[in-house]
Design a protein around this ligand. Structure first.
Ligand SMILES: Cc1cc2nc3c(=O)[nH]c(=O)nc-3n(C[C@H](O)[C@H](O)[C@H](O)COP(=O)(O)O)c2cc1C
Ligand code: SF4
Length: 423
């Protein structure tokens, strides 16, 4: 039985160049044509029934977000696609932008039509500059073909999509920082509430969804929310693009049905990771990027679904699956994680700006023989708790996840260098 899904990647035309003609000849834009004949409440209802959870990391139900924006009366409204993809070990939006740009854009046009939005924006990671160029050409073709611009498909609906180049900071992927950056301001998070559905881009009601989330919309409209739900888990429909990297035989982006396979399948199945390289054993895996949880071999039989992973103290996050073999020191790995957060903290709030530095100091101390005390371990936990509960945005709130979860699995490794006298 295949462990792979093909709802999105089945549409990749490997043998043919990406072009509007190929897309149209293979059923492209049929979902948009169907959507413009539907009432906007019915479109939103299909998204809700699909139980599509946001694919950017927070797993917020897309239907709820769309319903909320629909209840907000202010105009104009904006649609924003988050293609910042700054999470470490995550490269699935890149595959979409490169290989499935028309499906993504069709999803963004459907969202625009649903809310009669004024415009859409795709905020693309700065390093993906070649992709940005490709997208600009595609948007131009779509304007000429009548899918963007004035009176789309003769419906009287005017809508265009613009590309914004990301500012090169991880925090700019946080949705409110992303809107500030799009407006040309410093990319720092905003205080919430008000929610972005009420006060978003240019202070107007705004929908922000991840690239993969929008890419699922045409399939949901085509097959309907009920059918889409059946492909996945009862709590979360559809498939998930996962990014396998690290010490597996095979690495890359794979599409899997949610709720149908385990972490063991992901790491060991020949269709997916294919096992650990060079005959070594697995030590741990890190899910959802640097901000996600770390798990070890005893959790391998956990089903890969939002619900099952959460119940096991893990999470899907961005879809990153970073696999490390037996030779990797957990402390050395956590140093890299902490250095990442120190580098990426925007400095706006003290728990994150200072907490990450102090955590790294203590991890460094723990790596030295007899340097750290039991009191240092206690301080690390207090720091982790403060980061999680007192940071202003999701960056600081999730920065200690790796440490907290690694502690559960590798306590003895943390304690190995602690001196005995407790002094
Ligand atoms: C520090 C930080 C970085 C983030 N980076 C991204 C990102 O690169 N791409 C993304 O889609 N979401 C990212 N998010 C999540 C967004 O804030 C937001 O939840 C998401 O774009 C909403 O789309 P979704 O509901 O479709 O997932 C990030 C969040 C935080 C706190
Ligand atoms: S938690 Fe605070 S310092 Fe860290 S990125 Fe968010 S706002 Fe900036």
């Amino acid at each position: 039985m295949s462990k792979l899904g093909n709802l999105l990647t089945g549409n990749i035309q490997n043998s043919q160049p990406i072009s509007l003609d190929v897309y149209r000849n293979t059923g492209g834009f049929s979902a948009l044509k169907k959507a413009v004949g539907m009432d906007n409440k019915d479109i939103i209802n299909e998204v809700t029934k699909a139980k599509l959870l946001g694919r950017g990391g927070a797993a917020f139900p897309a239907g709820k977000k769309w319903e909320h924006l629909n209840r907000v009366s202010g105009t104009p409204k904006y649609i924003v696609c988050n293609a910042d993809e700054g999470e470490v070990g995550t490269f699935k939006d890149r595959l979409i932008l490169e290989k499935l740009p028309y499906t993504l854009i069709e999803g963004i046009i459907i969202a625009g039509y649903t809310f009669k939005a004024k415009a859409g924006y795709i905020y693309v990671r700065g390093e993906y500059w070649k992709i940005q160029k490709q997208l600009l050409g595609i948007l131009e073709d779509l304007r000429k073909a009548g899918f963007l611009g004035k009176n789309i498909l003769g419906t009287g609906f005017d809508y265009d999509i613009h590309i914004v180049s990301g500012a090169g900071a991880y925090v700019c992927g946080e949705n409110s920082a992303l809107l500030n950056s799009t407006e040309g301001k410093v990319g720092r998070p905003r205080i919430k509430p008000p929610r972005l559905a009420e006060v978003g881009l240019f202070l107007q009601p705004t929908l922000v969804n991840n690239t993969e989330t929008f890419t699922n919309i045409p399939a949901i409209i085509t097959i309907g929310g009920d059918e889409y739900l059946k492909i996945g888990h009862p709590d979360s429909g559809g498939t998930k693009l996962i990014c396998i990297s690290g010490h597996t035989q095979k690495r890359g982006v794979f599409e899997i049905p949610l709720g149908k396979i385990t972490l063991r399948d992901i790491i060991y199945d020949p269709q997916l990771g294919g096992g650990i390289k060079d005959g070594k054993a697995l030590k741990f895996f890190h899910l959802g990027g640097q901000s996600g949880p770390i798990g070890s071999a005893e959790l391998l039989d956990t089903i890969y679904s939002y619900t099952d992973l959460n119940n096991a103290g893990l999470s899907v996050g961005s879809g990153a699956v970073v696999v490390m073999d037996q030779t990797v020191s957990i402390l050395e790995y956590l140093k890299c994680v902490s250095e990442f957060f120190i580098h990426e903290s925007c400095g706006k709030c003290i728990p994150c700006r200072e907490g990450n530095r102090q955590l790294l100091k203590l991890i460094n101390k723990l790596s030295l023989p007899n340097a750290a005390s039991a009191a240092d371990l206690h301080t690390m936990h207090r720091l982790a708790d403060t980061l999680t509960t007192a940071s202003f945005c999701g960056l600081g709130q999730s920065a200690a996840n790796a440490f907290i979860t690694a502690w559960k699995h590798f306590k003895t490794e943390f304690e190995a260098n602690v001196r005995n006298n407790n002094g």
